[in-house]
Design a protein around this ligand. Structure first.
Ligand code: ADP
Ligand code: MG
Length: 369
């Protein structure tokens, strides 16, 4: 879809920012450019829509040499999202989203309807439409930026560190939203980040950039974590890559043990219904996990005394279909050492144990079922 053929960029009086870049970006997939700061990711991205002109080489989009397409036309045919949403401060949210539509001569009422739909698509309520950008949080502004980029329904979306400036919780939310959107829209997305975790989470393919706009490796994320091509990639991918690689293996073979869960309600407390030794999982009447009771603190045990025992917050949950990474994390992050497995609705299915997750990892490595 987007092809770089021998593309170089030399800014005046400097070493090459990008040198002889050859890359083929797949249609309908997310391709991530990742690498340390200053290695030419933004330059490469901006050459696609001619915000930066290459010094030599050719870039084609859908087979057309972008150098032959007028820059303003090209930019309108591609969505562009950057780190700070870059919204026009004196225009309302809806006007920001409608701008490209109006430039494309879409009638005002129609542009408005479409923009409201887009805001909904990116998870913003219609109430946000009449606000100004500075009345939104950073995460909301980024959502508006994405809505604006999608306005003209462009086949190609260029995203330059769009989630880098928001806090980690919001970033994780935006990442999941992007994956959800992409399942519906199947755009050709080129996404720039310096964060290898973000790259491996979002990318169908990941291009690891090294200084001077050289591509050190271009492969699916699983392969980059499992088999970094050289020491540059290995160093960049970092120390936790063995753990992160587990994100690409399903945990279907990990045994799930019946939970000794107790329904944590007034009855349980009144009747001293909990008698088990060891950790006990508390659930509500619908079987959603609430937390853990430490050994010896159950109502009915001597140590409990007259006081209501406190629930200890649980660790991460392991959902049906999740990876070995999630399974292991659920077990390791649980105060009891037992990971809580839940179904798609969040109801408790049972418990997983770290040693059994490790056994499943070994079995997967050795190709055993
Ligand atoms: P990245 O996005 O990977 O951090 P950039 O593409 O922004 O990298 O920059 C690559 C190199 O080009 C850097 O050395 C940077 O200083 C230089 N550079 C980027 N933009 C310009 C510019 N407009 N003028 C001169 N040098 C630039
Ligand atoms: Mg950059």
């Amino acid at each position: 879809m987007v092809e770089f053929r021998g593309v170089s960029k030399v800014y005046q009086g400097q070493a090459a920012a990008v040198e002889n870049l050859n890359l083929n970006v797949e249609t309908g997939k997310i391709t991530v450019f990742v690498g340390p700061s200053g290695c030419g990711k933004t330059t490469s991205l901006r050459m696609i829509n001619r915000m930066v002109e290459p010094t030599s080489g050719t870039i084609t989009v859908g087979g057309r040499d972008v150098g032959t397409i007028p820059a303003h036309e090209l930019r309108r045919s591609m969505g562009y999202v950057m780190q700070h949403a870059g919204l026009l401060p004196h225009r309302t949210v809806i006007d920001n989203v409608s701008t490209v539509l109006r430039l494309n001569k879409v009638p005002r009422a129609q542009a408005r309807t479409r923009s409201l739909e887009l805001l909904e698509t990116v998870g913003l309520s219609a109430a946000m439409a009449s606000r100004y950008p500075n009345q939104l949080s950073g995460g909301q502004q980024q959502r508006v930026g994405v809505a604006r980029a999608l306005a003209a329904d462009p086949p190609v979306l260029l995203m330059d560190e769009p989630f880098s400036a928001v806090d980690p919780v919001v970033r994780a939310e935006l990442q999941q939203e992007l994956l959800r959107l992409q399942r519906e829209l199947a755009k050709t997305i080129i996404f720039v980040t310096h964060d290898i975790d973000e790259a491996t989470l979002l990318g169908d393919r990941v291009a690891v950039f090294a200084t001077g706009g050289r591509i050190a490796q271009y492969a699916p994320p699983e392969e980059i974590l499992r088999a970094p091509l050289d020491s540059f990639v290995a160093n960049f991918v970092g120390r936790d890559r063995g753990f992160r690689h587990l994100a690409f293996s399903t945990a279907d073979s990990v045994p799930i043990h019946p939970s000794n869960g107790v329904v944590w309600d007034a009855d349980a407390l009144r009747n001293n219904a909990v008698a088990a030794a060891g950790w006990v999982l508390a659930v509500n009447a619908d079987n959603y996990p609430l937390g853990w009771l430490a050994p010896g603190t159950h109502p009915g045990s001597r140590a409990a005394g007259p006081h209501t025992p406190e629930l200890i917050p649980g660790g991460s949950l392991f959902q049906t279909g999740d990876s070995l990474r999630n399974a292991l994390d659920a077990a390791l992050s649980s105060p009891s050492g037992l990971g809580v497995a839940v179904d798609a609705d969040g109801r408790v299915r049972g418990l997983v144990r770290a040693p059994e997750v490790l056994a499943a990892i070994d079995a997967a490595r050795e190709g055993r079922p």
